[in-house]
Design a protein around this ligand. Structure first.
Ligand code: SAM
Length: 239
């Protein structure tokens, strides 16, 4: 089905983001879209089932984050059906990507996506973000960490900043509530060693939804006590 929409994928990526996808990348998005809607009949992956909407609200929205990703070692926290992690990997084929989620079924889907798209250096990790961030193999090691639709910003900061190396960046995809969430995030940034670098605002063409990407840089070492035990950041956010 997405094969017939390959021009549409290229058009939307270019019109909304000025991004030119190669034929291989476009093919990868087509396969990904087909797998997503097929698996979605059995596993709860997404509420969005109209292919045109998948292109804009999942693919292009994720590509907006992908445009800001830098460095070689990346992790997507609470990746779900792979957003934005898989699109980031598609346009950064040389990066090492870790797709982290606490839900096993979604990772089963992602293993199939990784194989069918021929993505190398891409691993799924079945873990809570809090446990992943305490693991010495991963802590302080990432150039870019991303997250979309997982938690409010102060909670996300506790998941992401411990994972970053010094000067690494966290990209959080947010919507209309971004200003409010930023206001609550001062204490978390300070405690965890992060600094707000800026907010990139954009709208998704067709639906004209306001989107914002919060960019945070790690400027100091995160104290060992963070992230706290699984569940604590959401129960008692650092606000
Ligand atoms: N990022 C995807 C997207 O934008 O389409 C998925 C968003 S979905 C609403 C939230 C995902 O975050 C779920 O797959 C859930 O299992 C995962 N999640 C929530 N809290 C988590 C945590 N503490 N550690 C790991 N995964 C988590």
């Amino acid at each position: 089905m997405f094969q017939d929409l390959s021009d549409r994928i290229q058009e939307q990526a270019y019109n909304i983001l000025g991004l030119r996808l190669s034929p291989r990348q476009t093919r990868q998005f087509c396969i990904y879209g087909d797998l997503l809607l097929d698996w979605n009949q059995r596993v709860n992956l997404t509420r969005i089932t109209d292919p045109e909407e998948v292109i804009v609200k999942h693919f292009v929205d994720s590509l907006a984050i992908a445009k800001l990703a830098k460095g070689n070692r990346m992790a997507d926290i609470g990746t779900g059906a792979g957003f934005p992690g898989i699109p980031i990997k598609i346009i950064n084929p040389d990066c090492k990507m870790y797709l982290v989620d606490s839900g096993a079924k979604k990772l089963e889907f992602l293993e199939v996506v990784i194989a069918e798209l021929g993505l190398i250096n891409t691993e799924t990790i079945h873990a809570r973000a809090e446990d992943f961030g305490r693991n010495p193999q991963f802590r302080n090691s990432f150039d870019t960490v991303t997250s979309r639709a997982v938690a409010r910003l102060p909670v996300l900061l506790e998941y992401a900043i411990p994972l970053l190396k010094q000067n690494g960046q966290f990209l959080a995809a947010k919507g209309l509530m971004v200003e409010e969430e930023l206001k609550e995030s001062g204490k978390a940034l300070d405690l965890l060693g992060g600094e707000l670098q800026g907010v990139e605002n954009f709208t998704l063409g067709v639906s004209a939804e306001h989107r914002a990407i919060v960019i945070v840089k790690k400027v100091r070492k995160t104290p060992e006590e963070y992230p706290r035990r699984a569940g604590t950041p959401t129960r008692r956010p650092l606000v």
